[in-house]
Design a protein around this ligand. Structure first.
Ligand code: ME8
Length: 515
């Protein structure tokens, strides 16, 4: 399972503070990146910030700051959140960096050289909040008669000279792409929406602006800056060193996966492949969009005051519990609601009881009854063989699921094994064997230790810190933690460290005592 794997997150706008929604997409991409590393792939994982456009310029002005200083501050904030959330990115691209600007201009020139960019004038409904133009037919009429974008953003009529991208010429090629590469858009519901959008016909796309300056200048016509989406999408190439085809990182192109939110699926599955086709560049393999989080039933918004800074959640519940909850709560791709109650319940039932207790029971019995030494494997009973069979299949089942971004199914698959181990330990009752059959007791504990090793290995991408602790307690050294290393059983006789609880129960502070 070797080879290269390139995965990206969206690059986030720097006009507001990072929140749990941003962290969510990055965590999902991080799990895929980590799982591929575990499978022996050479992974390149990119994240970063989208720093141009009128929205950012206006936010900087409103804050009374120079746009560059403003974006420096927010980019640092996004990077800090990525670090707190354990995002194992290999590079953090900022669209205000010279390497990006030069690459975005080179992409523009390639598209222009193919004849798909022309100068015209743009007139239409523009929603600043979405940085997007809408057709008359896409607008929604409010009860008071005003027209707004489908997102609810206010729109204004704009007219300005603009370069256009000949998107209308790409309808058939895009439909052919979706047909020939059914995995290009995921999940399938999103794919159906995009296909029907493209089938309705595509208008040429305005890709430059003259009304503001905070952007990448259009090569050869400095009155224009690039439309922020042309600039932003280019990041996936510029971070690799594009247009220098001899840059070592260019070997990672085409990307295997762009992880995005459902709000920006259209930009990634219609505009982006069309730009790439126009420039004669290979297309990414998959664009997968995650669903939307609300908070306690409400849309997150500054005005409601319910915007969650992921760092606050991590401080209260711990990083791995938050990462686990976000991916476990809803089949990945669907919408969900973030509720404290549900998070706490999953922490206590699935982490503390199901997994934490299993590890604690096994390891403390080894500490107490086997002198703290990993027992040798004994002769296998039918029950042992059955459990081992399930455990040995798990990595390949998960690899297949993670390959199609079924991140929640892969967790559920692991929990099936955890539940089987719990049934096994209850049935074998190794605590009762010390006096009656100590040889069997050791064999049973060894089966459990081996199954736990598989569980902790495959869960590393989801909960890196806790699984590091669990593997250490199981006596697994750092170079024995890959999927292939699972083929080699640990030698018996290893001295294990003193077991410590990994997933404590979360007790809600008494009302009135919480600050
Ligand atoms: O769109 N639930 O940046 P952005 C789930 N700069 N995910 C959410 C979320 C929520 N409530 N809120 C945000 C942009 N997200 C562009 C991208 S890429 C070339 C340019 C996540 O800061 C989700 O992934 O508005 C969404 O797509 C992304 O944050 C939007 O981030």
């Amino acid at each position: 399972m070797s080879g290269r794997f390139y995965v990206t997150t969206p690059i986030y706008y720097v006009n507001g503070a990072p929140h749990i929604g941003h962290a969510y997409t990055s965590i999902a991409a991080d799990i895929v990146a980590r799982f591929n590393r575990l499978s022996g792939k050479d992974v390149f994982f990119l994240t970063g910030t989208d720093e141009h456009g009128q929205k950012v310029e206006q936010a900087a002005l409103a804050a009374g700051e120079d746009p560059q200083a403003f974006t420096d501050r927010f980019a640092a904030e996004f990077r800090a959140v990525a670090d707190v959330m354990g995002i194992s990115y290999d590079d953090f691209i900022r669209t205000t960096e010279p390497r990006h600007k030069a690459g975005a201009q080179a992409l523009w020139e390639k598209v222009a050289a193919g004849g798909d960019i022309y100068l015209g004038a743009y007139e239409g409904w523009y929603a600043l909040r979405d940085e997007a133009f809408y057709g008359e037919d896409e607008l929604v009429t409010r009860p008071d008669g005003t027209k707004v974008a489908p997102s609810g953003a206010p729109v204004e009529w704009m007219r300005e000279p603009s370069y256009f991208f000949r998107l209308s010429a790409y309808q058939d090629r895009l439909l052919e792409l979706y047909e020939k590469h059914p995995q290009f858009i995921g999940p399938v519901g999103r794919k159906n929406e995009i296909v029907s959008f493209v089938k309705q016909g595509l208008r040429d796309l305005s890709i430059s602006r003259t009304s503001f300056k905070w952007g990448v200048p259009v090569p050869g016509d400095e009155d224009h800056v690039m439309y922020v989406w042309f600039d932003a999408l280019a990041n996936y190439l510029t971070a690799l060193g594009f247009p220098d085809t001899s840059a070592p990182r260019m070997a990672f192109w085409p990307a295997n996966l762009h992880m995005v939110g459902k709000d920006i699926a259209r930009f990634h599955t219609v505009y982006w492949p069309a730009f790439l086709m126009a420039a004669g560049i290979d297309l990414p393999s998959m664009v997968f969009s995650n669903g939307w989080w609300t908070v306690e039933g409400e849309k997150m918004s500054k005005s409601v005051g319910n915007v969650i800074d992921p760092r606050d959640f991590v401080a209260e519940f711990g990083l791995d519990a938050v990462r686990f909850f976000l991916i476990r709560e809803v089949p990945f791709g669907g919408d969900s609601d973030l509720s404290r109650r549900s998070l706490i319940s999953r922490m206590n039932v699935e982490l503390a009881n199901d997994l934490g207790n299993l590890a604690q029971r096994t390891l403390s019995l080894i500490a107490r009854n086997c002198g703290g030494v990993l027992p040798e494997r004994g002769p296998l009973t039918e029950a042992d063989t059955h459990l081992f069979g399930q455990a040995s299949l798990l990595p390949s089942v998960m690899a297949e699921q993670i390959g199609r971004i079924a991140l929640t199914d892969a967790l559920e698959e692991t929990w099936k094994l955890i539940r089987a181990c719990n049934a096994y330990i209850d049935h074998q009752a190794p605590w009762a064997l010390k006096k009656t059959d100590p040889v069997k007791m050791e064999a049973v504990l060894r089966v459990l230790a081996d199954a736990l090793r598989v569980i902790a290995t495959v869960l590393q991408p989801y909960m890196p810190g806790s699984m590091d602790k669990m593997l250490t307690q199981l006596g697994v050294t750092t170079d024995e933690r890959t999927l292939t290393a699972l083929d080699t059983p640990l030698p018996g006789g290893r001295v294990l460290p003193k077991p410590e609880g990994i997933f404590p129960r979360f007790i809600e502070p008494e009302a009135g005592t919480a600050q």
